[in-house]
Design a protein around this ligand. Structure first.
Ligand SMILES: Nc1ncnc2c1ncn2[C@@H]1O[C@H](COP(=O)(O)OP(=O)(O)OP(=O)(O)O)[C@@H](O)[C@H]1O
Length: 321
């Protein structure tokens, strides 16, 4: 790492030398930059102490300054929002997260829906997260790590989350120990209120996906949600049209209970990408209610979400350039 006559060169033989990013000695002060990726709080402190002791044991070092770099990997945060409730935002967020994880990425899902956290139902588990050093450890299900406000309260009490209390609880979910998760999908509460605003401000999503049904009223609300993200300088990755057409399971005939093509037309007018449509399907509803996300199921159910994940990842690449 440095010249042979550098007294700090002995640190290259340290058992944690692979974490040493740089070392410098000036006027008796040793400055080390150490990569803390993947370390829990206790291990991080131990490694720091260890390097300090090792540096101070070197002749000519009177002081050791150790900088531990961010312990978490660069993580992409995707917010899933909707202007109003009931459009299938949570269903889309869960299945999008699963479809992204099926591309080989490590994915975490945050259920930040203060008004009706539904991920424990959608993922079919009531397991409660543990905490270590005051940091929550996400629960695992269907290949995802996830945390939900619904896990922090007893059933039926979620409506008590309001204002600063909700904001504080949401921060705990986002700042949890997500380990090696590369992508974090955040299921926001519906609407454009203070809770959404402070969450967007604090967590700075890399992009937002807006869920809407094809009908006009839902689209007006979706437009408000888009405005909120744009004002906060969060790139809108696009609109997903959910419940976009119904195929009768009995006669096979197609119909459009909520209209058709509305979200695609609105996306064009507003100037955001259209990410695709998901059909109104009894199979999606019954699988979701049973805690068996369709994205993790048979191809005929999973395909629409696989395409959605590909579209979302492609848009993310574009906004990063
Ligand atoms: N494409 C679909 N086909 C059939 N049912 C669907 C579809 N999408 C969602 N649903 C059903 O609609 C209901 C509402 O969905 P979901 O909870 O995901 O909506 P939401 O927008 O997150 O609502 P809220 O924000 O109010 O919690 C659920 O019963 C869900 O199974």
């Amino acid at each position: 790492m440095a010249a042979e006559n550098d007294p700090l060169a002995t640190l290259d033989a340290h058992p944690e030398a692979a974490r040493l990013r740089s070392r410098k000695l000036k006027d008796g002060v040793a400055t080390l930059i150490v990569d803390a990726t993947g370390l829990g709080t206790a291990d991080r402190a131990a490694v720091e102490e260890n390097f300090r002791d090792a540096a101070l044991a070197i002749e000519g070092v009177s002081e050791a300054r150790i900088a531990m770099t961010a312990s978490q990997p660069a993580r992409t945060l995707i917010a899933v929002g909707a202007g109003k409730g009931g459009v299938g935002k949570s269903t889309v967020a869960t299945n999008l997260a699963i479809a992204i994880s099926r591309t080989g990425k490590k994915v975490g899902l945050v259920d930040a829906d203060v008004y009706g956290p539904s991920q424990p139902t959608l993922l079919g588990t009531n397991a409660k997260p543990e905490a270590e050093d005051d940091r929550l450890i996400p629960v695992e299900a269907h290949g995802l790590k996830f945390l939900s406000l619904g896990q922090l309260v007893s059933p039926g009490h979620a409506l008590a989350w309001r204002g600063p209390m909700a904001t504080g609880a949401l921060a705990k979910l986002i700042e949890a120990d997500w380990g090696d998760a590369e992508v974090l999908v955040v299921d926001l509460p519906p609407g454009t209120g203070d809770v959404q605003l402070s969450l967007i401000q604090k967590s700075r999503p890399d992009g937002a996906v807006i869920v809407s049904t094809p009908q006009d009223l839902s689209l007006i609300d979706a437009t408000r949600a888009i405005d909120l993200f744009r004002k906060m300088d969060v790139p809108v990755l696009g609109i997903v049209e959910n419940m976009a057409g119904y195929i009768c399971p009995h006669c096979g005939e197609g119909s459009d209970p909520f209209g058709s093509g509305g979200a695609e037309a609105a996306a064009e007018t507003i100037g955001v990408p259209f990410l695709g449509r998901l059909p109104l399907s009894p199979a999606i509803r019954s699988a979701s209610d049973a805690g068996m996300p369709p994205a993790a199921g048979a191809p005929q159910d999973a395909d629409a979400f696989t395409r959605l994940a590909a579209a979302v990842l492609a848009e993310l690449e574009k906004v990063r350039r």
